[in-house]
Structure formats: C-alpha cells, structure tokens
Design a protein. Structure first.
Length: 346
C-alpha cells in the first residue's frame, strides 16, 4: 500500500491568472466554441481539498485499486485526531462518485449528517474500458448467460467497427472476492490509518454497485451497518438475490442494518424504449429490469420479516432515470440511514 501526496491544492481565478502571466500570458478568457486550448495544458486528476490517495493491491481480487479518502477538517496523518472516531462511508464507482459524495457530506456535516470519512473505491486502470470490465467483474455475484450474450455480442460488434478494448468479453461473478477485499484488506487499512469507527460503516452503490451492496447485505451483513442502495440490478441471473434473501431469512432471526432503497420513476420507460430495437435478446434483458417493481418487492420482503434491528426505507424518485437517480438517491439515502438527525459540533 502506498500513500500518495495529499490532494490539498486549490487555486482561485486570481491565482490562475498569475500563473498565466508567469507562463507568458496564456489566454484564459476562451469563449465557447474556441477550437484551441488557451495554452499548453496537462490533464490531471482534479484536487479535492483534504483528501489522500492510496494505491492498494488486493490479493483476493488479484488487481490494483486506487482508494481516495476524504477526512474531516483538522485531521493530519500521524497526529492525534481532533474528534472521532468517525463513521466511514464507502463509495463504489469512486472515480465518478467520490467527489460529489465528499462535498455533500462536508456541506451537511453538523446539520443533517455527522462528520465522516469518505472512501472512494476506484481502479488504477482509469480507462473507460478498464472501469467497465472491472466493475462488471467485481459487482456481480455470478455469471449470467443472458447478460453475457447481449454484451459480449455488442463488444464484438464494436471491435469489428474498429473500436479498441483490452478484453473480448466481460468477466463476471467476482462479488465474493471483492467483498473479501473490502472486509479483509481495505477496511483494516482504513481503520489503521484514520480515526475510523469500526462499528459504523456505510456503503453506497448504484446500478451494479447497488447489486453488490444488496449482495453484501445478505452475505456478510457485519461488514456494513448502513446501506444506500440505488437502482440495484436485482434482475441479475434470474433474480438471484431474491432467492438469497429467502435463504438468509430462513437462517437468521435478525438483520442489524439501516437500509435505504431507491429507483427512478422513469427507469421502466427508459428500459422499454431500448427493448424496441427489434433484438429479442436485448428485449428480454431490458424487460427483466422492472426496477421500481423489484425495489418495492425487496423493501416489502425485508419489512415483512420483522427483524427487530432492521430499519428499511424506500423511495421512487420522480423524474429520474437509471443514471440520473444516483445523485438525488445518494442525498436522500444518506440522510435516511443517518436518521436525518441534526448534528452540532461546536
């Protein structure tokens, strides 16, 4: 595990203009539609104040992860923390979700959320293809023939048209190894490096990430105490997790967790529109999602079990589709699993 330099640099526009002058007067006043960059520029990962980045090799997954960590104000590695221990919020698909969750948690801290550590889980291979390949591998509990038939065929067509990809099929079924990575490699590292509360961990997952979070709930419920599950792929492998929920209920009398489930009101029409392309396999896959119906059914099943330590909320978020629901779902979900309490730290 390697700790990279803290990402603490911020520049105001005045500071940028000063840099421009030093570089010879680069034109930063570009207008929309201008075809050239204002000056020689380098693409870098934007800095988020008060964050640290770890490179972490997983022996369980056999891959390299990039883990971004945001900390409450005033934390300095190696010094005694001012406050804490803090709840930890683990964010799947960290390459796009970490920044938004970090800033939301910070703005809501002391109001509707506690001060918390946010952990974004990403991959060292930051390419679009690399992300698609790895999230499909890590977030799915099994291989599913229908999904493979549709997506591997689509991938083959892209390759024939001249697209490039580092693989010729989507790997699937790695959720157990990924869960082992979180439980036995990532969480111990976070708890050893930061003032983290080992008994207060939240997971946020959307789409395949929501599928994985649901899988974790029924497989190793001790890993997380709070779950924000948004548009989960509960159709996966002929609704495999519905059977997993029933198996869990048959062997457990309690499920100590706070669970929030969400779906977008426009997800069904979005899927049905895609199913009209005239492809029977694609139509079968798209029609299987039934996101609102499946989320409601899971919430009802969990509530009906009567687990004494389980709290469940679910919501259909109006006007949102499968991708747009992630942001409002995260906002509503975090406040739900933290009971919408008001925290005042003076």
């Amino acid at each position: 595990m390697q700790l990279l330099a803290p990402l603490t640099a911020t520049l105001s526009r005045v500071g940028l203009l000063a840099v421009a002058v030093a570089l010879g007067g680069c034109d930063l006043a570009m207008q929309p539609g201008d075809s050239e960059a204002p000056c020689d520029a380098t693409s870098v990962t934007p800095a988020i104040t008060g964050t640290f980045v770890h490179e972490l090799r997983s022996e369980y997954v056999g891959d390299d992860f990039r883990v971004s960590v945001s900390v409450p104000e005033g934390f300095v590695p190696g010094l005694e923390p001012d406050g804490g221990p803090y709840p930890v919020i683990y964010v799947l698909d960290g390459y796009w979700a970490f920044g938004g969750v970090t800033e939301f948690v910070r703005t809501q801290a002391s109001y509707s959320l506690p001060h918390a550590i946010v952990v974004g889980i990403s991959y060292q291979d930051d390419s679009t293809w690399g992300r698609l390949q790895r999230r499909t591998r890590d977030f799915t509990p099994t291989s599913w023939e229908l999904y493979a038939a549709v997506n591997d065929r689509d991938l083959a067509q892209r390759l024939e048209l001249g697209d490039s990809a580092p693989f010729d099929s989507y790997p699937m079924g790695g959720a157990d190894a990924f869960l082992q990575f979180i439980q036995h490699e990532l969480q111990p590292m976070i708890e050893a490096s930061y003032p983290a509360d080992p008994d207060d961990a939240t997971i946020i997952g959307s789409s395949f990430g929501g599928l994985f979070a649901t899988y974790a709930l029924f497989t190793a419920p001790e890993v997380f105490q709070r779950y924000v599950i948004i548009s989960p792929g509960l159709n996966w492998d002929d609704a495999l997790l519905s059977a997993r929920e029933e198996e869990f209920a048959a062997t457990h009398e309690d499920l100590p967790a706070k669970v929030f489930l969400a779906a977008g009101s426009r997800e069904r029409e979005e899927r049905l529109a895609r199913a009209q392309y005239g492809d029977p396999l694609l139509a079968e896959l798209e029609e299987s999602y039934r996101m609102v119906e499946r989320v409601e059914a899971l919430a009802g099943a969990l509530t009906g079990r009567g687990y004494p330590s389980l709290e469940v909320e679910w919501k259909v978020i109006e006007g949102e589709n499968h991708t747009s629901v992630a942001l409002p779902g995260t906002s509503i979900g975090l406040r739900a699993v933290f009971d919408s309490q008001y925290f005042f730290s003076l």
